[in-house]
Design a protein around this ligand. Structure first.
Ligand code: HEM
Length: 209
């Protein structure tokens, strides 16, 4: 058992396989939806959407609640362990988690036939018929889209400069690096703020309406 649990690849792939088998058993066997039915895919997409959403927001909270506040407590000579090893690895799962969350979220809305309704906050049809569900999930989707934009087009490019990830910016001076790090931090903090109302929309849309 220790051999299995010590290998992250074994654990991750086996957990995914168990999740898929459970989904198939309950969606097809218990609930009776044939494979390929819209509801089957809705269940599959909800599961994968929340899974990759946790990967994204989990790393966002790691940066904001754990890494950033504790960096000043680390002696300078030990800081590279975080900036050269931990942060680049965390940024990898962080940005790809964000991309997959956007993809699965848009597919989830498309699967339920309200993608355009939600993105226009109910304005795609006669506004007097705008369903509150579409307005609420649309607000959540736009907040999350702004957050994903921040990740890919502000936080990630600035972190590449600040930490010289992949040795793309070997000649940047310390002041420019510090300014890039500060910009990345401020947008990361903005995303932490936005994540809270965003999740009200994500979780409330199917509960309240
Ligand atoms: C641009 C990015 C995103 C899009 C387009 C999106 C879209 C959606 C859609 C369409 C739903 C289904 C709502 C419904 O019909 O009830 C949903 C649900 C949900 N989303 Fe997102 N979402 C995004 C980002 C996120 C993020 C970052 C998280 C963080 C974990 C998240 C967590 C959830 C949760 C927990 C649900 C509820 C699932 C359920 O109740 O079964 N979403 N999202």
């Amino acid at each position: 058992m220790a051999v299995f649990l010590s290998n992250l690849r074994y654990v991750a792939w086996t957990a995914l396989a168990v999740g898929v088998l459970m989904l198939i058993y309950f969606a097809m066997g218990v609930a009776g939806y044939p494979f390929g039915d819209r509801v089957f895919w809705e269940a599959a997409l909800r599961w994968s959407h929340v899974l990759v959403g946790i990967m994204w927001i989990g790393h966002l909270y790691y940066f904001n609640f754990t890494q950033i506040p504790n960096m000043p407590k680390i002696p300078d000579e030990q800081k590279p362990a975080v900036t050269k090893v931990i942060a680049p690895a965390a940024l990898y799962w962080f940005r790809w988690g964000a991309a997959l969350t956007v993809l699965t979220g848009l597919l989830l809305a498309w699967n339920q036939n309200y993608l355009l309704e939600a993105l226009t906050l109910g304005g795609a049809s006669d506004p007097s018929f705008a369903a509150p569900k579409h307005i609420l999930i649309g607000i959540g989707m736009w907040l999350a889209l702004i957050m994903a934009f921040n990740v890919w087009f502000i936080i990630w490019p600035n972190q590449q400069k600040a930490l010289n990830i992949g040795n793309k910016y070997p000649d940047l001076d310390a002041a420019t690096k510090a300014a890039s790090g500060k910009t990345a931090m401020l947008f990361s903090r903005t995303n932490t703020f936005l994540s809270v109302p965003m999740l009200v929309a994500m979780t409330g849309a199917s509960t309240l309406f």
